[in-house]
Design a protein around this ligand. Structure first.
Ligand code: FES
Ligand SMILES: [Fe+2]
Length: 470
Protein backbone atom coordinates (compact mmCIF):
# COMPACT_ATOMS: atom_id res chain seq x y z
CA UNK A 1 0.00 0.00 0.00
CA UNK A 2 1.30 3.42 -0.95
CA UNK A 3 1.98 5.52 2.10
CA UNK A 4 0.71 9.06 2.29
CA UNK A 5 3.92 10.99 1.56
CA UNK A 6 5.01 9.03 -1.56
CA UNK A 7 1.43 9.19 -2.86
CA UNK A 8 1.28 12.96 -2.41
CA UNK A 9 4.67 13.21 -4.08
CA UNK A 10 3.45 11.01 -6.93
CA UNK A 11 0.18 12.86 -7.51
CA UNK A 12 1.33 16.43 -6.95
CA UNK A 13 4.85 16.44 -8.29
CA UNK A 14 5.72 13.50 -10.52
CA UNK A 15 2.53 13.26 -12.57
CA UNK A 16 2.30 17.03 -13.30
CA UNK A 17 5.99 17.13 -14.20
CA UNK A 18 5.60 14.15 -16.51
CA UNK A 19 2.54 15.74 -18.14
CA UNK A 20 4.35 19.01 -18.74
CA UNK A 21 7.37 17.22 -20.21
CA UNK A 22 5.19 14.99 -22.36
CA UNK A 23 3.22 17.95 -23.69
CA UNK A 24 6.41 19.77 -24.50
CA UNK A 25 7.76 16.81 -26.44
CA UNK A 26 4.49 16.37 -28.31
CA UNK A 27 4.45 20.05 -29.22
CA UNK A 28 8.02 19.82 -30.35
CA UNK A 29 7.12 16.80 -32.51
CA UNK A 30 4.43 18.82 -34.26
CA UNK A 31 1.34 17.31 -32.73
CA UNK A 32 -1.74 19.41 -32.44
CA UNK A 33 -1.98 20.59 -28.86
CA UNK A 34 -4.59 23.25 -29.02
CA UNK A 35 -5.71 23.07 -25.43
CA UNK A 36 -7.86 20.07 -26.39
CA UNK A 37 -6.24 17.37 -24.21
CA UNK A 38 -8.99 17.53 -21.69
CA UNK A 39 -10.77 14.30 -22.46
CA UNK A 40 -9.75 10.86 -23.65
CA UNK A 41 -12.24 11.08 -26.50
CA UNK A 42 -10.65 14.24 -27.92
CA UNK A 43 -7.18 12.82 -27.51
CA UNK A 44 -8.13 9.61 -29.32
CA UNK A 45 -9.49 11.66 -32.19
CA UNK A 46 -6.21 13.48 -32.66
CA UNK A 47 -3.50 10.90 -32.25
CA UNK A 48 -3.05 7.43 -33.64
CA UNK A 49 -2.61 4.19 -31.65
CA UNK A 50 1.19 4.16 -32.14
CA UNK A 51 1.34 7.69 -30.89
CA UNK A 52 -0.69 6.76 -27.83
CA UNK A 53 1.69 3.90 -27.12
CA UNK A 54 4.66 6.19 -27.61
CA UNK A 55 3.05 8.75 -25.30
CA UNK A 56 2.43 6.19 -22.56
CA UNK A 57 5.93 4.74 -22.81
CA UNK A 58 7.46 8.18 -22.75
CA UNK A 59 5.35 9.19 -19.77
CA UNK A 60 6.43 6.07 -17.88
CA UNK A 61 10.07 6.79 -18.66
CA UNK A 62 9.73 10.39 -17.47
CA UNK A 63 7.98 9.25 -14.31
CA UNK A 64 10.70 6.72 -13.68
CA UNK A 65 13.41 9.30 -14.26
CA UNK A 66 11.76 11.81 -11.92
CA UNK A 67 11.36 9.14 -9.27
CA UNK A 68 15.02 8.12 -9.62
CA UNK A 69 16.14 11.75 -9.35
CA UNK A 70 14.01 12.28 -6.25
CA UNK A 71 15.41 9.15 -4.61
CA UNK A 72 18.99 10.15 -5.52
CA UNK A 73 18.49 13.71 -4.20
CA UNK A 74 16.88 12.41 -1.02
CA UNK A 75 19.75 9.92 -0.52
CA UNK A 76 22.37 12.64 -0.96
CA UNK A 77 20.53 14.87 1.51
CA UNK A 78 20.28 12.02 4.01
CA UNK A 79 23.98 11.26 3.58
CA UNK A 80 24.97 14.86 4.27
CA UNK A 81 22.69 14.96 7.30
CA UNK A 82 24.18 11.69 8.54
CA UNK A 83 27.75 13.02 8.13
CA UNK A 84 26.85 16.29 9.83
CA UNK A 85 25.15 14.64 12.80
CA UNK A 86 27.12 11.44 13.36
CA UNK A 87 30.54 11.55 11.68
CA UNK A 88 33.32 13.28 13.64
CA UNK A 89 34.99 16.15 11.81
CA UNK A 90 38.34 15.49 10.14
CA UNK A 91 40.03 18.49 8.51
CA UNK A 92 43.63 18.21 7.33
CA UNK A 93 45.69 21.10 5.95
CA UNK A 94 48.95 19.88 4.44
CA UNK A 95 52.12 21.84 3.91
CA UNK A 96 51.58 24.33 1.13
CA UNK A 97 47.84 24.74 1.55
CA UNK A 98 48.02 27.80 3.82
CA UNK A 99 49.94 31.02 3.74
CA UNK A 100 51.52 31.17 0.31
CA UNK A 101 48.99 33.45 -1.38
CA UNK A 102 51.13 36.49 -2.04
CA UNK A 103 54.37 35.08 -3.31
CA UNK A 104 55.88 36.39 -6.50
CA UNK A 105 56.31 32.83 -7.77
CA UNK A 106 52.55 32.58 -8.30
CA UNK A 107 53.07 30.38 -11.33
CA UNK A 108 54.46 27.58 -9.13
CA UNK A 109 52.30 25.07 -7.32
CA UNK A 110 51.63 25.73 -3.64
CA UNK A 111 53.82 22.74 -2.80
CA UNK A 112 56.74 24.14 -4.81
CA UNK A 113 56.31 27.57 -3.22
CA UNK A 114 56.28 25.96 0.23
CA UNK A 115 59.56 24.20 -0.54
CA UNK A 116 61.05 27.39 -1.95
CA UNK A 117 60.13 29.31 1.19
CA UNK A 118 61.64 26.53 3.32
CA UNK A 119 64.91 26.70 1.43
CA UNK A 120 65.10 30.48 1.38
CA UNK A 121 64.13 30.98 5.01
CA UNK A 122 66.59 33.01 7.00
CA UNK A 123 67.96 30.61 9.60
CA UNK A 124 70.55 32.06 11.92
CA UNK A 125 73.25 30.25 13.88
CA UNK A 126 71.25 30.85 17.05
CA UNK A 127 68.34 28.67 16.07
CA UNK A 128 67.41 26.50 19.09
CA UNK A 129 67.61 22.70 18.68
CA UNK A 130 64.92 21.32 16.41
CA UNK A 131 63.95 18.21 18.40
CA UNK A 132 63.37 18.87 22.12
CA UNK A 133 63.10 16.03 24.65
CA UNK A 134 59.59 14.87 25.51
CA UNK A 135 56.51 12.91 24.50
CA UNK A 136 55.27 13.31 20.94
CA UNK A 137 52.14 11.97 19.26
CA UNK A 138 52.72 9.62 16.35
CA UNK A 139 49.14 8.55 15.50
CA UNK A 140 45.66 8.86 16.95
CA UNK A 141 44.29 5.70 18.56
CA UNK A 142 41.52 5.33 15.99
CA UNK A 143 44.09 5.42 13.19
CA UNK A 144 45.63 2.11 14.29
CA UNK A 145 43.43 -0.99 14.32
CA UNK A 146 44.39 -4.21 16.15
CA UNK A 147 46.71 -6.15 13.87
CA UNK A 148 47.77 -3.03 11.95
CA UNK A 149 51.22 -1.48 11.52
CA UNK A 150 52.03 2.06 10.37
CA UNK A 151 55.23 3.76 9.36
CA UNK A 152 55.66 7.19 10.95
CA UNK A 153 58.61 9.45 10.23
CA UNK A 154 59.27 12.02 12.92
CA UNK A 155 62.07 13.46 15.06
CA UNK A 156 64.65 12.27 12.53
CA UNK A 157 63.61 8.66 13.15
CA UNK A 158 61.58 6.03 11.32
CA UNK A 159 59.08 4.29 13.53
CA UNK A 160 57.01 1.15 13.02
CA UNK A 161 53.95 1.69 15.18
CA UNK A 162 51.89 -1.45 15.55
CA UNK A 163 48.96 -2.72 17.55
CA UNK A 164 48.88 -6.35 18.63
CA UNK A 165 45.80 -8.47 18.04
CA UNK A 166 45.02 -8.02 21.74
CA UNK A 167 45.11 -4.23 21.32
CA UNK A 168 48.48 -3.20 22.81
CA UNK A 169 50.34 -0.48 20.92
CA UNK A 170 54.15 -0.67 20.56
CA UNK A 171 56.79 1.31 18.70
CA UNK A 172 59.86 -0.27 17.10
CA UNK A 173 62.57 1.10 14.86
CA UNK A 174 61.18 0.70 11.35
CA UNK A 175 64.43 -0.72 9.98
CA UNK A 176 65.06 -4.38 10.76
CA UNK A 177 68.46 -5.06 12.39
CA UNK A 178 68.96 -8.13 10.17
CA UNK A 179 69.35 -6.52 6.75
CA UNK A 180 67.46 -3.27 6.97
CA UNK A 181 64.03 -4.33 5.73
CA UNK A 182 61.24 -1.97 6.69
CA UNK A 183 59.04 -3.60 9.33
CA UNK A 184 56.26 -1.10 8.74
CA UNK A 185 55.96 -1.63 4.99
CA UNK A 186 54.68 -5.13 4.37
CA UNK A 187 55.37 -6.26 7.93
CA UNK A 188 52.66 -8.44 9.44
CA UNK A 189 51.35 -8.36 13.00
CA UNK A 190 51.24 -11.89 14.37
CA UNK A 191 49.60 -12.01 17.80
CA UNK A 192 51.75 -9.70 19.92
CA UNK A 193 54.66 -9.54 17.47
CA UNK A 194 55.66 -7.81 14.25
CA UNK A 195 57.11 -9.96 11.49
CA UNK A 196 59.61 -8.48 9.03
CA UNK A 197 58.49 -8.84 5.38
CA UNK A 198 62.06 -9.55 4.15
CA UNK A 199 63.14 -12.82 5.83
CA UNK A 200 60.43 -13.26 8.44
CA UNK A 201 62.25 -12.40 11.67
CA UNK A 202 59.63 -11.77 14.31
CA UNK A 203 59.92 -9.14 17.08
CA UNK A 204 57.82 -8.56 20.16
CA UNK A 205 56.81 -5.12 21.43
CA UNK A 206 60.02 -4.87 23.49
CA UNK A 207 62.14 -5.35 20.37
CA UNK A 208 63.20 -8.91 21.25
CA UNK A 209 63.44 -11.32 18.32
CA UNK A 210 61.24 -14.32 19.19
CA UNK A 211 61.38 -16.31 15.94
CA UNK A 212 63.59 -16.74 12.90
CA UNK A 213 61.93 -19.03 10.36
CA UNK A 214 65.14 -20.61 9.04
CA UNK A 215 67.07 -20.93 12.33
CA UNK A 216 66.37 -22.85 15.49
CA UNK A 217 68.65 -20.67 17.57
CA UNK A 218 67.97 -17.00 18.14
CA UNK A 219 71.23 -15.17 18.83
CA UNK A 220 71.31 -12.50 21.55
CA UNK A 221 72.17 -9.78 19.05
CA UNK A 222 68.84 -10.43 17.27
CA UNK A 223 66.90 -7.53 18.74
CA UNK A 224 65.75 -4.14 17.60
CA UNK A 225 65.19 -0.80 19.30
CA UNK A 226 61.89 -0.45 21.07
CA UNK A 227 60.77 3.10 21.88
CA UNK A 228 58.96 4.09 25.08
CA UNK A 229 55.29 4.19 24.11
CA UNK A 230 52.13 5.41 25.83
CA UNK A 231 48.57 5.31 24.62
CA UNK A 232 46.70 7.96 26.52
CA UNK A 233 43.81 10.32 25.76
CA UNK A 234 43.11 8.41 22.51
CA UNK A 235 46.54 8.92 20.98
CA UNK A 236 49.83 7.00 20.78
CA UNK A 237 52.92 8.86 21.95
CA UNK A 238 56.64 8.16 21.71
CA UNK A 239 59.22 9.37 24.21
CA UNK A 240 62.14 11.08 22.51
CA UNK A 241 65.34 11.97 24.34
CA UNK A 242 68.49 12.88 22.44
CA UNK A 243 70.60 10.83 24.89
CA UNK A 244 68.26 7.86 24.89
CA UNK A 245 67.13 8.48 28.49
CA UNK A 246 64.00 6.81 29.83
CA UNK A 247 60.83 8.93 30.31
CA UNK A 248 61.28 11.61 32.95
CA UNK A 249 57.59 12.37 33.34
CA UNK A 250 54.21 10.97 32.29
CA UNK A 251 51.39 12.37 30.19
CA UNK A 252 48.38 13.24 32.39
CA UNK A 253 45.39 11.02 31.74
CA UNK A 254 42.20 13.00 31.19
CA UNK A 255 39.73 10.96 33.23
CA UNK A 256 36.70 12.28 31.35
CA UNK A 257 38.12 10.73 28.18
CA UNK A 258 39.17 7.40 29.69
CA UNK A 259 35.80 7.00 31.45
CA UNK A 260 33.89 8.01 28.29
CA UNK A 261 32.28 10.97 30.06
CA UNK A 262 33.64 12.96 27.13
CA UNK A 263 33.26 11.48 23.67
CA UNK A 264 35.25 12.11 20.51
CA UNK A 265 33.87 14.88 18.26
CA UNK A 266 36.57 15.15 15.62
CA UNK A 267 39.98 16.52 14.77
CA UNK A 268 41.83 19.10 12.74
CA UNK A 269 45.40 18.68 11.55
CA UNK A 270 47.77 21.37 10.32
CA UNK A 271 51.18 20.95 8.78
CA UNK A 272 53.37 23.96 9.46
CA UNK A 273 56.74 25.06 8.26
CA UNK A 274 58.38 26.62 11.29
CA UNK A 275 60.50 26.00 14.39
CA UNK A 276 58.77 23.91 17.05
CA UNK A 277 59.21 26.60 19.68
CA UNK A 278 57.10 29.05 17.66
CA UNK A 279 53.90 27.08 18.20
CA UNK A 280 53.61 26.89 22.00
CA UNK A 281 55.11 30.39 22.18
CA UNK A 282 51.73 31.55 20.87
CA UNK A 283 50.21 31.01 24.30
CA UNK A 284 52.51 33.51 25.94
CA UNK A 285 52.28 36.00 23.08
CA UNK A 286 49.33 37.95 24.43
CA UNK A 287 49.68 40.82 21.95
CA UNK A 288 49.01 38.56 18.98
CA UNK A 289 45.77 37.34 20.55
CA UNK A 290 44.53 40.92 20.53
CA UNK A 291 45.48 41.45 16.90
CA UNK A 292 45.80 38.37 14.71
CA UNK A 293 42.87 36.51 16.27
CA UNK A 294 40.43 39.40 16.72
CA UNK A 295 38.58 39.22 13.37
CA UNK A 296 35.87 36.63 13.75
CA UNK A 297 36.20 33.30 12.01
CA UNK A 298 33.81 34.25 9.21
CA UNK A 299 36.38 36.83 8.08
CA UNK A 300 38.50 33.93 6.94
CA UNK A 301 42.17 33.13 7.34
CA UNK A 302 43.66 35.35 4.68
CA UNK A 303 45.64 37.87 6.71
CA UNK A 304 45.60 40.40 3.87
CA UNK A 305 41.83 40.67 3.85
CA UNK A 306 40.52 39.50 7.20
CA UNK A 307 40.62 42.94 8.83
CA UNK A 308 38.55 44.54 6.05
CA UNK A 309 35.77 41.95 6.05
CA UNK A 310 32.23 43.20 6.70
CA UNK A 311 31.92 40.32 9.17
CA UNK A 312 33.98 42.33 11.62
CA UNK A 313 30.91 43.64 13.39
CA UNK A 314 31.68 40.66 15.66
CA UNK A 315 35.14 40.34 17.16
CA UNK A 316 36.91 37.72 19.24
CA UNK A 317 38.16 39.10 22.53
CA UNK A 318 40.74 37.10 24.50
CA UNK A 319 42.11 37.64 27.99
CA UNK A 320 44.95 35.51 29.33
CA UNK A 321 46.54 35.05 32.71
CA UNK A 322 49.74 33.06 33.15
CA UNK A 323 49.95 30.89 36.26
CA UNK A 324 53.19 29.10 35.34
CA UNK A 325 54.58 25.80 36.58
CA UNK A 326 55.12 24.17 39.96
CA UNK A 327 58.28 22.61 41.47
CA UNK A 328 56.59 19.20 41.48
CA UNK A 329 55.72 19.36 37.79
CA UNK A 330 58.13 21.78 36.16
CA UNK A 331 57.30 20.37 32.71
CA UNK A 332 53.69 21.65 32.98
CA UNK A 333 52.81 25.30 32.59
CA UNK A 334 49.28 26.56 33.21
CA UNK A 335 47.49 29.63 32.01
CA UNK A 336 43.89 30.76 32.00
CA UNK A 337 42.25 32.03 28.87
CA UNK A 338 38.85 33.63 28.56
CA UNK A 339 37.12 34.34 25.30
CA UNK A 340 33.92 35.99 24.15
CA UNK A 341 32.48 37.31 20.93
CA UNK A 342 31.95 41.07 21.01
CA UNK A 343 29.06 41.98 18.70
CA UNK A 344 28.72 45.63 17.59
CA UNK A 345 31.11 46.37 20.46
CA UNK A 346 28.14 46.05 22.81
CA UNK A 347 26.98 42.46 23.25
CA UNK A 348 29.00 39.59 24.69
CA UNK A 349 28.26 36.17 23.23
CA UNK A 350 29.79 32.69 23.35
CA UNK A 351 31.81 33.11 26.52
CA UNK A 352 34.39 30.41 26.96
CA UNK A 353 36.71 29.79 29.90
CA UNK A 354 39.76 27.70 29.21
CA UNK A 355 42.38 26.17 31.50
CA UNK A 356 45.37 25.61 29.24
CA UNK A 357 48.05 23.13 30.32
CA UNK A 358 51.24 23.09 28.24
CA UNK A 359 52.72 19.67 28.97
CA UNK A 360 56.28 19.37 27.77
CA UNK A 361 57.15 20.58 24.28
CA UNK A 362 54.56 18.58 22.33
CA UNK A 363 51.24 18.43 24.22
CA UNK A 364 48.64 20.98 25.31
CA UNK A 365 45.34 20.23 27.06
CA UNK A 366 42.77 22.99 26.68
CA UNK A 367 39.92 22.29 29.11
CA UNK A 368 36.92 24.50 28.40
CA UNK A 369 33.62 25.33 29.96
CA UNK A 370 31.06 26.70 27.52
CA UNK A 371 27.33 27.48 27.69
CA UNK A 372 26.80 24.20 25.78
CA UNK A 373 28.85 21.98 28.07
CA UNK A 374 32.40 21.00 29.01
CA UNK A 375 35.14 19.54 26.88
CA UNK A 376 38.81 19.44 26.12
CA UNK A 377 40.91 20.08 23.06
CA UNK A 378 43.90 17.74 23.10
CA UNK A 379 46.57 19.54 21.11
CA UNK A 380 49.72 17.73 19.99
CA UNK A 381 52.77 18.96 18.14
CA UNK A 382 55.26 16.64 16.47
CA UNK A 383 58.31 17.58 14.37
CA UNK A 384 58.20 15.46 11.22
CA UNK A 385 61.63 16.84 10.33
CA UNK A 386 63.49 20.04 11.22
CA UNK A 387 61.08 22.99 10.81
CA UNK A 388 58.23 20.79 9.55
CA UNK A 389 55.58 20.18 12.20
CA UNK A 390 52.28 18.38 12.50
CA UNK A 391 49.84 20.11 14.81
CA UNK A 392 46.61 18.34 15.79
CA UNK A 393 43.58 19.40 17.79
CA UNK A 394 41.25 16.57 18.86
CA UNK A 395 38.00 17.53 20.52
CA UNK A 396 36.44 15.42 23.27
CA UNK A 397 33.35 16.82 24.94
CA UNK A 398 30.29 16.02 27.01
CA UNK A 399 27.11 14.55 25.50
CA UNK A 400 25.50 18.00 25.53
CA UNK A 401 27.84 19.00 22.72
CA UNK A 402 26.70 16.89 19.76
CA UNK A 403 28.98 16.02 16.86
CA UNK A 404 27.54 18.77 14.63
CA UNK A 405 28.27 21.39 17.29
CA UNK A 406 31.71 19.89 17.81
CA UNK A 407 32.27 20.41 14.07
CA UNK A 408 31.52 24.11 14.50
CA UNK A 409 33.89 24.37 17.50
CA UNK A 410 36.64 22.62 15.54
CA UNK A 411 36.06 24.74 12.45
CA UNK A 412 36.28 27.97 14.45
CA UNK A 413 39.45 26.72 16.12
CA UNK A 414 40.88 25.65 12.75
CA UNK A 415 40.38 29.09 11.18
CA UNK A 416 42.28 30.68 14.06
CA UNK A 417 45.08 28.13 13.67
CA UNK A 418 45.12 28.76 9.90
CA UNK A 419 46.05 32.37 10.69
CA UNK A 420 48.88 31.26 12.94
CA UNK A 421 50.09 28.84 10.26
CA UNK A 422 50.15 31.65 7.69
CA UNK A 423 52.43 33.60 10.06
CA UNK A 424 54.60 30.59 10.98
CA UNK A 425 55.10 29.42 7.42
CA UNK A 426 56.67 32.73 6.46
CA UNK A 427 58.46 33.98 9.57
CA UNK A 428 61.96 33.45 10.83
CA UNK A 429 62.82 32.42 14.36
CA UNK A 430 64.07 35.54 16.13
CA UNK A 431 66.47 34.47 18.90
CA UNK A 432 66.75 38.01 20.28
CA UNK A 433 63.28 39.55 19.86
CA UNK A 434 62.78 43.22 20.69
CA UNK A 435 60.27 42.74 23.47
CA UNK A 436 58.25 45.41 25.23
CA UNK A 437 57.29 45.27 28.87
CA UNK A 438 53.89 43.99 27.70
CA UNK A 439 55.65 41.10 25.91
CA UNK A 440 57.55 39.97 29.00
CA UNK A 441 55.68 36.67 29.17
CA UNK A 442 57.45 35.56 25.99
CA UNK A 443 60.88 35.84 27.64
CA UNK A 444 59.54 33.92 30.65
CA UNK A 445 58.14 31.26 28.36
CA UNK A 446 61.47 30.85 26.52
CA UNK A 447 63.28 30.30 29.81
CA UNK A 448 60.71 27.68 30.79
CA UNK A 449 60.89 25.92 27.43
CA UNK A 450 64.68 25.66 27.48
CA UNK A 451 64.38 22.80 30.02
CA UNK A 452 63.43 20.52 27.09
CA UNK A 453 66.80 20.97 25.39
CA UNK A 454 69.96 19.28 26.57
CA UNK A 455 73.51 19.50 25.35
CA UNK A 456 73.11 16.92 22.59
CA UNK A 457 69.69 18.02 21.35
CA UNK A 458 69.76 17.87 17.54
CA UNK A 459 70.32 21.15 15.74
CA UNK A 460 69.60 22.07 12.15
CA UNK A 461 72.68 21.50 10.04
CA UNK A 462 73.22 24.29 7.56
CA UNK A 463 75.85 22.34 5.69
CA UNK A 464 74.31 19.91 3.23
CA UNK A 465 75.44 18.56 -0.08
CA UNK A 466 73.16 20.67 -2.23
CA UNK A 467 73.86 23.79 -0.19
CA UNK A 468 70.19 24.23 0.61
CA UNK A 469 70.53 23.42 4.27
CA UNK A 470 68.08 20.50 4.01
S1 FES B 1 65.71 -7.75 6.93
FE1 FES B 1 64.20 -8.21 8.34
S2 FES B 1 64.26 -10.36 8.46
FE2 FES B 1 65.86 -9.87 7.12
FE1 LIG C 1 47.79 32.24 17.68
Amino acid sequence: MISRIPRLLFENVLVPVADVLTKSVNNFAGHKSDHSYNSNATRAAIISEEEIEFYLNFKSAVLFLCLALCIAGFSVLMYFLYVLVFVPYNRVRRLGSIGYQNHEEGHLSKKDIANLVRRRRKVGDDLPPVFPNGWFRLVDSQQLEPGQVKQVTALGEHFAVFRSKSGKASILDAYCPHMGGNLAVGGIVKNDCLECPFHGWRFDGDGKCVAIPYSEKIPTFAKTKSWPCREVNKAIFVWFHCDGKEPEWEIPDISEISTAKFTYKGRVEHHANTHIQDVPENGSDLAHLSHLHVPNAMSGANLSTQYSSWWNFAEHIFRAQCIGSTDEEPHISLFYLTHYLHVFKRFKLLSLNLNVYQIGPGIVHLHFNSPFGKGVFVQTLTPVEPLHLVLTHNLHASWSIPVWLGRIFLYLEAIQVDRDVMIWNNKTFEPRPKLLKEDSLIAKYRRWYSQFYTENSPRLSLKSEDGNGW
